[in-house]
Design a binder for this molecule. Sequence first.
Ligand SMILES: Cc1cc2nc3c(=O)[nH]c(=O)nc-3n(C[C@H](O)[C@H](O)[C@H](O)COP(=O)(O)OP(=O)(O)OC[C@H]3O[C@@H](n4cnc5c(N)ncnc54)[C@H](O)[C@@H]3O)c2cc1C
Ligand code: FES
Length: 370
Amino acid sequence: MGTIIIAIVIISGVGAFLATLLVFAERVITNYGDVEVDINKGDKKFTVRGGGSLLETLTNQKIFIPSACGGRGTCGYCKVKVLEGAGTLLPTEEPYMDAQERAEGIRLSCQIKVRNKIEIEIPGDLLTIREYSCTCEKIIDYTYDMKQFNLKLVEPTSITYTPGQYIQLLAPAYEGSPEEVYRAYSISSDPANKSGIELIVRRVPDGICTTYLFDHLKEDDTVRVNGPYGKFYLRDTNAPIIFIAGGSGIAPIKCILHHMKNTTIKRKAVFFFGVRTTKDLFLVEEMKQFEKELADFTFIPVVSQPEEGSDWHGATGRVTTVAEEFLKRMPTVSDCEGYLCGSPGMIDSAVKILADLGIPEDKHYYDKFS
Ligand SMILES: Cc1cc2nc3c(=O)[nH]c(=O)nc-3n(C[C@H](O)[C@H](O)[C@H](O)COP(=O)(O)OP(=O)(O)OC[C@H]3O[C@@H](n4cnc5c(N)ncnc54)[C@H](O)[C@@H]3O)c2cc1C
Ligand code: FES
């Protein structure tokens, strides 16, 4: 009996010693002290406590880098050029870098740690990205899993963006989600209204940010966003336009349609809007209104799996297949520009179809809602 007690005491003692050693080692090893961050060869310099990711270090300084996946290393948006201080490329970064980017020192800012002096280069316009404090003025239910959030800007009180761009919204910590996260949402509103923005959001089951938006956010609550970001905007040409979107991918296209109306753009445009069932359809009346107001705009809603017995008489099938059949009959299709928005799978298939129809790749513009 005595031997067993002695053994237990020894094992517990060794365990406690190892735990203390680990805590001590962690403190020593991860204590990088104060570290200098230099942006754009001295344009902006600051000193921070080392150890955080470059993305969070910059965010803490209110320098916002596009980071649609919230730093999980799955979107590839948070690229910056590192001149010094980031070590070698990590396996988590490799899938997002082509040969030229590797040669130029491009890195994913969410993956690299700020451990010693680091020098980076970022496009100057990112230094002008602002953070906005907003009030959630109104929440509109569109379908069982789609809502619109109307945000009124409080500080600053107005925003300028290019129609089609997106913002990043901060979901604060809430019960069951201990850390705050950022997620990207396209602006869907009329860009003439600079005092607020509207977002159209689909609930992702168990998604951190959409659970916050759908189950926790209430009208009159404060919301923080930063932006605007992105290169998904209407190019200034006279080319006919093909819009293809699925579900919440309608958001930036609605904003672009408002812009076309406001600025009397008369380009020919056709919009294929895909949903799964008729219960997923929304904004149909608004799109029909654009058909009346724009010079040459056609809206084609497409339902992939209409419910049995439903009175759906419109286009049926995959949105990309319906688009392909329609566009094949268009004599000047190779002169068009393609604007695509929605799930990565839908966009990959739309890109292939546009390429097969002879539309060059540099005329495909898209935002993958990854
Ligand atoms: C440029 C850009 C613009 C975007 N604009 C919009 C928009 O206007 N409206 C909108 O609703 N969304 C938009 N998104 C998607 C949005 O940023 C979030 O990814 C989405 O809302 C899920 O966030 P979450 O925190 O709720 O889910 P997470 O907690 O991030 O994810 C939970 C799980 O769901 C999976 N998942 C993540 N996103 C999706 C998805 N979209 N569909 C299915 N599964 C998913 C994840 O892999 C994970 O396993 C946009 C994304 C990008 C990159
Ligand atoms: S934030 Fe998405 S990969 Fe870095």
